[in-house]
Write a protein that binds this ligand. Structure first.
Ligand code: COA
Length: 257
């Protein structure tokens, strides 16, 4: 499939999706959100894809937010639709995907950019990255899950302060806050992230999908995550990967998932 605003590549089971609107600091307009959704859906069903990495083109921005020019004259109902469609099509879709998704944050991740990174299963940042949810400086609030996912990742008080001040965290601060898992140089970012993806890709993809569902269940209102874990654990016993993983261990060889 061809895209206008993103680039995709698959090497050794790892699909890299690069948001490619460098003149707009990779800001997310509706077309880009829709292309990302299609590319992620395609990767998720591709047997050759075991891990997805999302990054931004250039050395300045991951994503500098939702495209402000696109929504500047929206009314209330268009605003609600923008948030709802974006959450359904992309942000919740990524968070609940069976395939693991890693954000390689290579610069500014602001507003929708940080929300995109937070929807991914975890984040690696380069030293030059800057992260924040500055929406209140525009008279609006985060609409792609930011008010929910930021407190889940860093705690309520820190989330309140960062959003209310429209502040920006440095990569090191984001690391201290637990918002990103690692900080490396910009030059090392992709290699470092690919190495993590390679480790993941050696493990059972059906078990990893069950891990994503179980961990996410603990953050869903009205769902008992422990019960989800019991049921997902049981489900693993009916998979080919379980037979292969346990057989390989007993035969003292590496599993071939
Ligand atoms: N939406 C639309 N366009 C954006 C954008 C966004 N979120 N962020 C950056 N751009 C565009 C700029 O308008 C500019 O386009 P132009 O050259 O056609 O005027 C281009 O990207 C470069 O941005 P610029 O502001 O000139 O770069 P900078 O280095 O001076 O500043 C930022 C970088 C990230 C601090 C600044 O672009 C910024 O504050 N962006 C908006 C961040 C934001 O509020 N995001 C949340 C949106 S809800």
């Amino acid at each position: 499939m061809t895209y206008e605003n993103i680039l995709t590549a698959n090497h050794n089971g790892i699909t890299t999706i690069t948001i490619n609107r460098p003149t707009k600091l990779n800001a997310l307009n509706k077309d880009t959100i829709s292309e990302l959704s299609r590319a992620i859906s395609e990767a998720d069903t591709d047997e050759d894809c075991r891990v997805i990495i999302i990054t931004g083109s250039g050395n300045k921005a991951f994503v500098a937010g939702a495209d402000i020019a696109e929504f500047a004259d929206y009314d209330e109902s268009e605003g609600s639709d923008l948030a709802e469609q974006g959450q359904n099509l992309l942000f919740d879709f990524i968070a609940n995907l069976n395939t693991p998704v890693i954000a390689a944050v290579n610069g500014y991740a602001l507003g929708g950019g940080l929300e995109l990174a937070m929807a991914c299963h975890f984040r690696v940042a380069s030293e030059n990255a800057k992260m924040g949810l500055p929406e209140v400086s525009l008279g609006v609030i985060p609409g792609y899950g930011g008010t929910q996912r930021l407190p889940q990742l860093v705690g309520k008080g820190k989330a309140m302060e960062l959003i209310m001040t429209a502040g920006m965290l440095s990569a090191q601060e984001a690391l201290q806050w637990g918002l990103v898992n690692h900080v490396v140089t910009l030059e090392e970012l992709m290699d470092f992230t690919v190495k993590i993806a390679q480790k993941i890709s050696q493990n059972s993809s059906t078990a990893i999908a069950a891990v994503i569902r179980s961990i996410n269940a603990g953050f869903e209102k009205g769902v008992n995550g422990f019960e989800t874990e019991i049921s997902e654990f049981g489900g693993c016993f009916g998979t080919d990967d379980f037979v292969e993983g346990t057989t390989a261990f007993l035969e003292k060889r590496k599993p071939n998932f």
